[in-house]
Design a protein around this ligand. Sequence first.
Ligand code: ZN
Ligand code: ZN
Length: 113
Amino acid sequence: MENITASELAGFGVAVLLLGATITAPKVDAFISASQRSALGMCKRCGDLKVTACPKCKGTGLIRTQDPFSFNLMEDINQYFGSPQSKANSTPCTKCQARGHFSCPDCSKISKV
Ligand SMILES: [Zn+2]
Ligand SMILES: [Zn+2]
């Protein structure tokens, strides 16, 4: 009985350790990568790409508009054949002026100095 209890406790302890490692690992990784970037003189925000992707259009510069009266199948066919009509379903992103990215505010600060 004692052995079973001990192994159960050990298993529980390992499970807690694994669970803790799983939860903390991404945070630690993000922290390290951020500090590594700054240590290398790289921009923390963009990693020296000088631009940050637009969160609204995900870097494409276009917002896909969903037409409730058209089927997705028709949209897929239009895209497959490269029909210009499919472009009508996208509008330029107003957030980034259809550029798909912003110049990194951190880097632009540095470049001005
Ligand atoms: Zn955008
Ligand atoms: Zn930057």
